[in-house]
Design a protein around this ligand. Structure first.
Ligand code: ADP
Length: 730
């Protein structure tokens, strides 16, 4: 099917022709035949890189040309940014007076982001969409096209329930809206399509062929052929990698843990470096320089050493700058191999000639090492083969015995992906959504609530009689904790409304309110422990050598907790210690311990510290708002303490630095240098001069700093190249 034959404005067709897309891929043609451009709901369950995004684009552009507005929902912030960058290129398509506008919403939860409403396409994560609905953002009702990327995540315990309830609300709010759901191939795609009242396009077609095999006995064994792999080393995975590189390809390797990723990237680097030519080495050294500049810990040196050798590791412990440098270096074919954890397989849009699944087992805290689901295997294997660049892609599992190889063929290569199942049916999943459903008026009685639940994917898959009891337990919890009142008509209280708009679990809200009321002597630790106790906080696990240290800490600070710590023999005690350990990480962060010290002490990566502090900022903000609401009942000054702490966690700084770190471009390290050298406030900087500030933070940053504080300098260099400045304006 030719792009030109589509019922789309000429400008849209020209845009795609100009970008080299002339003919639709077969699954794309099928969705058109099934009415994508006539406004039908669609579920496209097709492999990665088979053109799902393009389908969504065509439908969105058609809707916008007809005066509509599109919402594009993604599971991860990184994906939101990727899509936003892509859709920004539509601004050149003249289908709308004033130009087509694209916005992105991933930020604060307690905000309506009304300003986003002037955009034609809005990209948001599912959590942010849920929060915008809770805050009754007005433009939500103007949406005519909803795209849901990675809809198979309905199956995820963590993300699924929010996605499911958000979609249910959107369908109730805008019944006429067109829904385009994009999914990996899953067993019961027809069931999801049925729920969404969508036409289903199910296809295994890929733009690049995928050969799936198992390495065993010196060969990669495919269904009907074999490929011999030379064995210059003792390590099978390294041999397969070297074979790929000698053939001009690149490799993605999936490992089960971060530690294994780093170890493999290091080991492989020693061999890969022997194959690098001079220009590649030069480019790699440039990447290394940027890596060193943008990291503060020992892990930076390890990554730099790997990249110098042409390899890299990639996991959630990396800071975002490093992640981007690794991804770009691989896309530019400078970095030859990335070893990544399986958690990133879904988000990583980085195809490679060959994918090596070094470990098909993953650690489960309850059951130990377990085989991964077929769906996860397919997602990893599907990364093999770069469209238009590689003649085909290859994915390789590794077996130690003939029987294991046979099992891998049966259980992965020839197996169909599992069915997906709603995860909404538990009290933990439902509690927050029941509250928001009532707060936003989607239901006002228990019967109304059950009617709402009847419209969810859970009810589509299950009888709802089983869930009635769970719903009643949630209602009882919300009433007991004064978030709801009324028997026949369910009315949210001011507390219930606030908890819903803050976007925290009602259980978190209950813990915080309860703790604030109990605590009389509030310290930073009191509030930090309180937020670390909530189910919304990510927890650090206790390791055996932590016990003594954390236990001693608890003993010597026992009067600072809002509750009396459980006795050491009680089962809750280990949880309690984990909460305290997490609080201590945040405490070190706000007391300006270096990232090197924190990552070493808590055995985490820079990326983890930022992830912990992001959640803690949001929970501390919630604490200050909740404390404000119940302040007449409090005998302490929790509000002002929480307000200061929120800022300190955001910047990772002591109170005295807040004025300086609030200036754009000045992080906590630079702020500390300025402060310790007598430049303590914005006024001090304004009264200083470029030379003084430059010696502390470098000339470029110093010049930016002056412009941030309202002094614009005219820089000039004399014959010797020495730069001097003159204030232009203030
Ligand atoms: P998916 O969303 O399924 O992962 P994308 O829509 O991102 O896949 O498409 C992957 C790549 O293929 C993109 O670079 C896209 O521009 C390109 N592409 C999509 N459809 C076509 C087509 N019909 N012809 C040529 N290239 C296409």
């Amino acid at each position: 099917m030719k792009i030109e034959s589509l019922d789309l404005p000429d400008e849209v067709i020209r845009f795609y022709l100009d970008s080299g897309i002339k003919e639709l891929y077969p699954p794309q043609a099928q969705t058109i035949e099934k009415g994508l451009l006539e406004g039908n709901n669609m579920l496209a369950a097709i492999p990665t890189a088979s053109g799902k995004t393009l389908l969504a684009e065509l439908a969105m552009l058609k809707a916008i040309a007809n005066g509509g507005k599109a919402l594009y929902i993604v599971p991860l912030r990184a994906l939101a940014t990727e899509k936003f960058e892509r859709f920004k290129s539509f601004s050149s398509i003249a289908i709308k007076n004033g130009g087509l506008k694209v916005g992105i919403s991933t930020g604060d939860f307690e905000s309506r982001d009304e300003w986003l409403g002037s955009n034609d396409i809005i990209v948001a994560t599912s959590e942010k969409t849920d929060s915008l609905l809770r805050n009754e953002t007005s433009w939500m009702q103007e949406i005519t096209t909803i795209v849901v990327d990675e809809v198979h995540l309905l199956d995820s315990v963590n993300r699924g329930p929010t996605l499911e309830v958000t979609l249910t609300k959107l369908m109730k709010l805008n019944p006429e809206c067109q829904i385009i759901a994009l999914s990996a191939t899953v067993g019961n795609a027809y069931e999801v399509a049925d729920w969404l009242k969508a036409k289903l396009v199910l296809s295994e077609w890929r733009p690049t062929d995928l050969h799936e095999g198992v390495y065993y006995g010196g060969n990669i064994n495919f269904r009907s052929s074999q490929k011999r792999i030379d064995a210059p080393t003792q390590d099978d995975a390294i041999n397969i990698l070297l074979d790929t590189l000698e053939d001009g390809g690149q490799c993605l390797v999936f490992e089960s843990s971060r530690k294994n990723c780093v170890a493999f990237a290091k080991r492989a680097g020693n061999k890969v470096s022997e194959l690098l030519d001079k220009p590649t080495r030069k480019s790699l050294n440039e990447i290394v320089e940027q890596i060193v500049e943008s990291g503060e810990t020992e892990a930076t040196n390890v990554l730099a050493q790997c990249v110098r050798n042409g390899t890299a590791f990639h996991h959630a412990g990396l800071n975002s700058a490093h992640r981007r440098l690794v991804e770009d270096g691989f896309r530019d074919n400078k970095i030859k191999m990335i070893c990544s954890t399986p958690t990133l397989a879904a988000g990583l849009n980085l195809p490679a000639r060959r994918v090596i699944i070094k470990s098909y087992r993953r650690y489960d805290p309850n059951y130990g090492m377990q085989p991964i689901p077929v769906l996860d295997y397919k997602q990893m294997a599907g990364r093999a083969g770069r469209p238009h660049l590689d003649p085909y892609g290859e994915s390789v599992l590794i077996a130690k015995s003939y029987d294991e190889m046979a099992g891998l063929f049966d259980n992965y290569i020839d197996a169909d992906a599992e069915d997906i199942w709603s995860k909404l049916g538990t009290e933990n999943a439902l509690r927050t959504h029941i509250l928001s459903t009532i707060v936003n008026g989607f239901a006002t009685t228990r019967d109304g609530l059950m009617e709402f639940i009847e419209a969810t994917f859970f009810a589509h898959q299950n009888d709802t009689w089983g869930i009635v009891e769970v719903v009643d337990e949630c209602l009882e919890f919300l009433r007991d904790n004064k978030m709801l009142e009324g028997e026949k008509t369910l009315l949210p209280t001011a507390l219930g409304r606030l908890v819903s708009t803050l976007y925290i679990d009602p259980l978190s809200g209950a813990y915080i309110v309860d703790g604030l009321k109990k605590a009389d002597n509030i310290t930073d630790l009191t509030l930090l422990h309180l937020i670390c106790k909530t189910p919304d906080m990510r927890q650090l696990y206790m390791r055996s050598n932590d016990y003594e240290i954390i236990n001693d800490f608890v003993m010597s600070h026992s009067d600072e907790f809002a509750e009396i710590p459980p006795r050491s023999r009680e089962i809750d005690y280990e949880w309690f210690l984990g909460e305290v350990k997490t609080a201590l990480l945040i405490l070190d962060w706000i007391n300006e311990k270096s990232l090197e010290q924190i990552t070493k002490k808590f055995n985490v990566g820079e990326g983890d510290v930022h992830a912990f502090s992001d959640i803690a900022v949001w929970l501390m903000h919630s604490t200050s708002r909740l404390a404000g609401l119940i302040s007449p009942e409090l005998s302490n000054d929790a509000v002002s303490k929480a307000v200061v702490l929120e800022k300190r966690i955001h910047y990772g700084a002591s109170p005295e630095l807040i004025e300086l770190v609030s200036i754009r471009g000045i992080g906590r390290v630079r702020a500390r240098k300025l402060y310790d050298n007598g430049l303590k406030t914005v006024a001090d900087i304004r009264n200083s001069n470029l030379d003084t500030v430059s010696t502390l933070i470098g000339q470029k940053t110093a010049a930016k700093l002056f412009s941030e504080v309202g002094i614009h300098l005219k820089l000039s260099s004399d014959d010797s190249g020495k730069v001097s400045s003159k204030a232009m304006s203030s």
